[in-house]
Ligand binder design. Structure first.
Ligand SMILES: [Cu+2]
Length: 287
């Protein structure tokens, strides 16, 4: 290789390194800082107060569920490993700055604690409602069929401030991870067909997600579930950032502000024909 070619090659490497650094820098800048995130309302709250769309384009959006400890509260999982297929009791507590167990929680969507457990590849979704023990800790039976690394999201509100803290739970064994499914407007669950109707959401703008349920082509009446027509959890592909979305109490319709472009997994839960169903969608969000 000639000296000139070597210098050119070196310059290319440097450009790549600086390019990557600039990209990393811009990513970090685009994300809310820890302090800003503490003070800012959740995405759902922004959407609900009507300022989501106008603020969304300028101000950084907040996401939740990326930290085990935030704003003075810490999620403390009693165990961080589990055996595949075995039913175990998942025990957790929320601790304050002094390490004391938090006992008083606000009611949100008819419950004081919502737990979402999902594997890192966004399979094996579970939404659980643990019971509080006299010592303030929460417990719920949990069985994880497949090995892998799971995220445990504790979604709750203390002192009128909604929070989502998350920790990891490892299930030992051979892992068969699955790629994220391609985006599709229809999902099948328990013989029901669930359709998702919306314009392609854009990053930072409020998206209106409307779902419909049919059984053999006939519309299915959706029964109230957790104080609304349905419950929707949205997780960002790549880091499993947790988006809180706001339901329309009367319909299977949600307002969500996706903070960044990319793919998200939507987990819609609703009650119909006497039981709760979960329909999953991959959602593409444009820049
Ligand atoms: Cu819940």
């Amino acid at each position: 290789m000639s000296l000139a070619a070597r210098i050119a090659g070196f310059a290319t490497v440097l450009a790549l390194v600086f390019g990557a650094a600039a990209l990393a820098g811009s990513r970090i800048d685009a994300r809310p800082g820890e302090d800003a995130r503490d003070a800012a309302p959740a995405i759902g709250a922004m959407a609900a107060d009507g300022h989501g769309a106008e603020r969304g384009r300028r101000a950084p959006q907040t996401v939740r569920g990326l930290a085990v400890s935030e704003g003075g509260l810490t999620l403390d999982l009693a165990r961080t490993t589990a055996r595949p297929g075995r039913r175990t009791d998942l025990v957790l507590r929320i601790a304050d700055r002094a390490g004391r167990t938090v006992r008083a929680f606000d009611v949100e969507h008819t419950k004081r604690m919502h737990l979402v457990v999902v594997r890192r590849d966004m399979t094996g979704f579970q939404h659980l409602h643990p019971t509080q023990r006299p010592d303030g800790a929460w417990t719920v039976p949990l069985a994880l069929r497949d090995a892998g690394s799971y995220r445990v999201f504790a979604d709750f509100s203390v002192g009128g401030r909604p929070r989502t803290l998350a920790g990891d739970l490892a299930v030992d064994g051979a892992i068969r991870s699955r790629p994220l499914a391609a985006p599709a407007p229809v999902a099948e669950t328990d013989g029901l067909r669930v359709g998702l109707d919306h314009a392609t959401p854009r990053a930072g703008a409020e998206a209106d997600l409307r779902f419909s349920v049919t059984h053999d082509g006939r519309p299915v009446a959706v029964e109230p579930y957790l104080g609304a027509r349905g419950h929707l959890v949205a997780l960002r592909d790549g880091d499993l950032a947790f988006l809180h979305v706001h339901p329309d109490p009367g319909r299977l319709r949600f307002m969500a502000a996706f903070p960044t472009a990319g793919r998200y997994r939507l987990f819609l839960q609703f009650r119909a024909e006497g039981r709760v169903h979960t329909a999953e969608f991959t959602q593409e969000v444009a820049r």
